[in-house]
Design a protein around this ligand. Structure first.
Ligand SMILES: C[S@@+](CC[C@H](N)C(=O)[O-])C[C@H]1O[C@@H](n2cnc3c(N)ncnc32)[C@H](O)[C@@H]1O
Length: 280
């Protein structure tokens, strides 16, 4: 039975016919918490809905509602408790990797699960990787745990992300990630002066991190790989991929798209892709 039917089965009597229409079909489950996206029209019923969700899923301890978009360059979510205990600390095991974070402060894109599974399979033993937007280790943790890179330099300018990345490293018992707090444009320069050259650079940030491309290229070896988060129009895929290739070639280096990977829908008619480029 669908989530919506189950919820209506539990609390349907407390909602009007119009309100039932507005109940969403799905939700996000992270660890023992559920985060739902409810319209403002249902505000008076948030608590009732939250309690209904607790009844459906006995293992769930807290229900939060999204009260705004994920904002700012540090990608902070906005959620509020509607039922259960107010504990937004998440420890979530996904494909053998622990991700730790505070859901009130840190976003976690469930939809990027395919990428978290795909990237470790591409990494060969001994690689040097620079993750320019490491966050809580969305990609670096699975790569460090499931592949055998020599070292990952994980950079983020959000103190909260850095705090939770360190927790994730501890929890996963990982030793090959060097965590660096700071602006990746600046940190890349510092790594270069330490003699670091990368086999692979991760550029996991949306909207597209166009202005970071020269920095990524500056530290990438000839024949190295970049994973670039791109927004691709569903009816102009070829043209938009050419645009991405051209962005990388503006610097004078040759780029070849080795895999344009569709990740998820970003908004109507625009998809989130991770474009893998080989750079010569
Ligand atoms: C949302 S996360 C990455 C999400 C992840 N790629 C995923 O798809 O699940 C983006 C991260 O980039 C960080 N960030 C933004 N601008 C930055 C900069 N100039 N230097 C370093 N980190 C930055 C933010 O703090 C945030 O943690």
């Amino acid at each position: 039975m669908s989530f919506k039917s189950q919820l209506i089965g539990r609390i349907g009597e407390e909602l009007t016919r119009e309100e039932i229409e507005l109940v969403p079909a799905g939700f996000q489950k992270v660890g023992d918490k559920i985060i739902v996206n409810l319209p403002l029209e249902l505000e008076d019923k948030y608590q009732v809905i939250g309690e209904g969700i607790l009844l459906i899923f006995p293992s769930i301890k807290s229900v939060y509602v999204k009260v705004g978009e994920i904002t700012g360059e540090l990608r902070r979510p906005q959620i509020e408790l509607i039922a259960g205990v107010d504990n937004s600390i998440v420890e979530n095991l996904e494909n053998g990797v622990w991700y730790c974070y505070d859901a009130k402060k840190i976003m976690f894109a469930k939809g990027n699960v395919s990428e978290r599974g795909r990237l470790p399979k591409l990494v060969t033993e001994g690689e040097i990787i620079v993750d320019m937007f490491v966050g809580i280790g969305y990609f670096s943790l699975p790569i460090a745990k499931l592949a055998k890179p020599k070292k990952i330099y994980g950079i983020d300018k959000n103190k909260d992300s850095i705090y939770w990345l360190k927790k994730g490293i501890e929890k996963n018992k990982i030793s090959n990630i060097e965590v660096i707090e700071g602006d990746s444009k600046k940190v890349v320069g510092e790594l270069l002066s330490r003699g670091v050259i990368a086999d692979r650079v991760l550029m996991g940030y949306l909207p597209e991190p166009v202005e970071f491309i020269p920095y990524a290229l500056s530290i990438l070896k000839k024949g190295g790989i970049v994973h670039y988060d791109a927004l691709i129009r569903t009816d102009n895929v070829k043209e938009d991929l050419q645009r991405v290739k051209a962005l990388f070639e503006e610097s004078g280096r040759k780029a070849k798209i080795v895999n344009p990977q569709r990740v998820k829908s970003y908004r109507p008619k625009v998809d989130h892709y991770v474009v893998d480029l080989k750079i010569y």
